[in-house]
Design a protein around this ligand. Structure first.
Ligand code: HEC
Ligand code: HEC
Ligand code: HEC
Ligand code: HEC
Ligand code: HEC
Length: 223
């Protein structure tokens, strides 16, 4: 048995031996090929992970900085600015009117942000065009009452720690869809460490499945 095997092995090395003359050349070619492949792979990988997000998303600054930590301690709680109305609809981001409870034209603040706020918006009675990080496409129906009231959920589980931040990050807009980056999330591979890292359709459905036992029907979220 082993003899036959040996023969077979010898045979194969012998026949392979016929082209040993060209082998060293081929090895070089193969080596170069591998190096070329690795270099190309690294270049593609880096441009895909570092350059692609830069090209895909454009950054936009908020009108001026808003310090949540300071304002929560001044106003008491989130409810002072974000609350459910009598009819169950969500007030969203407060209107200028709410700010005027404490800010007025004649008190010019010390910081640049407060100066922009007072000069551009308070004095001109203009609403502040905040960019909403969590904004969903128009076709999506979302209700805060269903989640914060009926579901008893915390703001942090979907929004992260915006409520206790002191500064605002730039808003990133997807150049193709025009949607906020917060929908697909920061991670280009789609890896999710926190519940608030992403808010794609699957993320809504995943939690619904966990909490209610089924993903839900299309018309629950699309009206
Ligand atoms: C004095 C008013 C005020 C209070 C109090 C306040 N907020 Fe806000 N909130 C704002 C304003 C103004 C914005 C818009 C600017 C921004 O994005 O921070 C905002 C934006 C947000 C957003 C961003 C939504 C998005 O996707 O862009 C979240 C989330 C939020 N607030 C959560 C909270 C939480 C949680 C608390 C309580 C811990 C809180 N806020 C207290 C005024 C307030
Ligand atoms: C409960 C009272 C209160 C409300 C309501 C309130 N603020 Fe303020 N705000 C303050 C106080 C107090 C300060 C700190 C003192 C100062 O600089 O005037 C401040 C500071 C600021 C600053 C400067 C902070 C910095 O770090 O540069 C900005 C900008 C600002 N507020 C914007 C807003 C906007 C926009 C709203 C409405 C969404 C608002 N505030 C609502 C009390 C309030
Ligand atoms: C189940 C996830 C979830 C929870 C919990 C949640 N939010 Fe939201 N929030 C969203 C989504 C999704 C949007 C975007 C809605 C849209 O674009 O129609 C949003 C939008 C907002 C906005 C911007 C609204 C606007 O239309 O301008 C604010 C402010 C906000 N949320 C604050 C809060 C606060 C404060 C809490 C806690 C009391 C909270 N959210 C709890 C998912 C959530
Ligand atoms: C972390 C968990 C969680 C996430 C994330 C979440 N939901 Fe929900 N959602 C719930 C729970 C729990 C309920 C049921 C609340 C109740 O009525 O008891 C609910 C209810 C709803 C309802 C009401 C359904 C009905 O028939 O009454 C809608 C609409 C909805 N969610 C849309 C969304 C959308 C859109 C998103 C994503 C942008 C989302 N939800 C993300 C947990 C979640
Ligand atoms: C739990 C809530 C939920 C349910 C149920 C749901 N969707 Fe969605 N859908 C979303 C959200 C949130 C988005 C926007 C984010 C995204 O693109 O992932 C979306 C986006 C979409 C889009 C892309 C629209 C655009 O402008 O980008 C299509 C198409 C769609 N859904 C179809 C469906 C169909 C068909 C069903 C039923 C099989 C369904 N959805 C069920 C939440 C839901």
């Amino acid at each position: 048995m082993s003899e036959i095997e040996n023969k077979a092995e010898n045979g194969s090395t012998e026949s392979a031996g016929e082209c040993t003359a060209g082998d060293t050349k081929d090895d070089k070619g193969l080596g170069l090929g591998i190096i070329f492949f690795i270099v190309a792979f690294v270049v593609c990988f880096l441009s895909g992970t570092l350059l692609f997000p830069k090209l895909l998303y454009s950054k936009k600054e908020q009108p001026f900085n808003f310090d949540h930590q300071l304002h929560v301690s001044e106003a008491g709680d989130c409810d002072a600015c974000h609350s459910l109305r009598e009819d169950g609809s969500f007030s969203g981001i407060p209107k200028l009117e709410t700010c005027l409870d404490c800010h007025s034209e004649d008190v010019l603040g010390e910081t640049e942000d407060e100066a922009i706020f007072v000069e551009e918006y308070v004095a001109k009675e203009k609403e502040i065009p905040w960019l909403v990080y969590s904004r969903q496409p128009d076709c999506v129906f979302f209700s805060h009452a269903a989640h914060t009231q009926a579901g008893g959920m915390d703001c942090v589980s979907c929004h992260g720690h915006i409520g206790d931040s002191t500064s605002l990050r730039p808003y990133e807009e997807n150049r193709i869809t025009g949607y906020s980056r917060d929908i697909w999330g920061k991670n280009i591979f789609g890896i999710k460490k926190h519940s608030w890292d992403r808010m794609k359709m699957d993320d809504c459905a995943e939690c619904h499945k966990k909490e209610t036992g089924h993903k839900g029907y299309c018309f629950q979220c699309h009206k």
